[in-house]
Design a protein around this ligand. Sequence first.
Ligand SMILES: NC(=O)c1ccc[n+]([C@@H]2O[C@H](COP(=O)([O-])OP(=O)(O)OC[C@H]3O[C@@H](n4cnc5c(N)ncnc54)[C@H](O)[C@@H]3O)[C@@H](O)[C@H]2O)c1
Length: 419
Amino acid sequence: MADLAVIGLGYVGLPLAREAARAGLAVVGHDVSTGIVNGLNQGRSHVDDVSDADVSAMLAAGFHATSDGAELGRAETVVICVPTPLTEDDGPDLGPLRAAAGLLALHLRRGSLVVLESTTYPGTTDEVLVPILEESGLRAGVDFNVAFSPERIDPGNVTFGMRNTPKVVGGYSALCTQRAAAFYGKFVETVVTARGTREAEMAKLLENTYRHVNIALVNEMARFCHELDVDLWDVIGLAATKPFGFQAFYPGPGVGGHCIPIDPNYLSHSVQVRLGYPFRFVQLAQEINAGMPMYVARRAQDILNSEGKAVRGSTVLLLGVTYKPDIADLRESPAVPLARRLQELGAIIQFHDPYVRTWQVGGHATDRVADLDAALRSADLTILVQQHAAYEVASISGAAVRLLDTRGRFPTSATVERL
Ligand SMILES: NC(=O)c1ccc[n+]([C@@H]2O[C@H](COP(=O)([O-])OP(=O)(O)OC[C@H]3O[C@@H](n4cnc5c(N)ncnc54)[C@H](O)[C@@H]3O)[C@@H](O)[C@H]2O)c1
């Protein structure tokens, strides 16, 4: 018997398995990828926030990874952390969730607790997960417990991890909530109970939509502040001195990662399909944020033009191509549409990123520079796309011929321009 089985050992599932193992729980991990299963069983991590040493410690504590569904039937609690991507037409793709739930239903044990952590639209737990699990012949809330608990993991965040970030839990019934809260209480300091599964599902979407909308607000402001010759980063710094009622968000070259560009679609899609009207804030935020790579490309074009250079034939060096600073995650990175646009205009693209060895744009490997200083001195234009801590302001601004800073890290000068 295992105390916990985690289905989906990615950015969310693996840190959860580690935290539970650290708390002394007997943990088994399940994943459809044999590469991931074999790697973990050999002590190799594929997730930024989990080191190989962490995996070795987990293995020493009895953890193992498997693709065998039968092992799910031997766990007291099963937590589902599979991906929830978008379909071709930007709707929710619950394929991985349905597949995981279907496999679990074949092995579901009376008395077990099943928790869904994958981000999804409100109603998924009760209307999609529960019916699939009940194909086992067991009844939710009677024979087994079900809850939703949104994941709040923030890859690369060294201050807030799973243990000290409050965990929201909403059950299929009051008893389901209690049981799920008791489970997370074993390794999370603060557990917050929701009225039900829908409130817990919606809370996660509110958090991500709030970020999406506020980032769009400053991105739109960045455009007209440039026209008005107002330094928006200075403005945000000033506004942020107000100790209440304001939270700082910063403009950038676009939003990336699995959450911000994708999760609000789950909400807007469910509002549109169920209620027949659009979620206008999300639509607008999407339009503005998705337009930022094109806007940055246009600013690059303007800078080169002011030097008497065409984009065609110019060398443009992109610094940092991941979607967040100081991690290796490339998912949905706005660096890709930016590079693609500049290539369309005829630029020769080079990139530098301390976390990325190879980077594909439009199916082709991009030229990675090894000697940053030499590349800065020879590129016609350098664009800071991601502000990795390793990038030193003085040495980069001293060497770059022209620099477009999309992150507000560099003081403006004759050769440095901010977004
Ligand atoms: N990454 C984040 O920062 C983050 C933060 C909060 C919430 N979330 C949400 O958590 C969920 C998981 O995201 P992630 O970033 O961990 O994804 P991920 O792609 O890193 O990992 C998902 C894992 O699930 C496995 N998988 C896919 N289908 C499966 C199946 N049917 N059975 C078993 N395993 C399967 C994949 O092989 C992969 O290893 C998503 O809903 C995401 O929106 C992610």
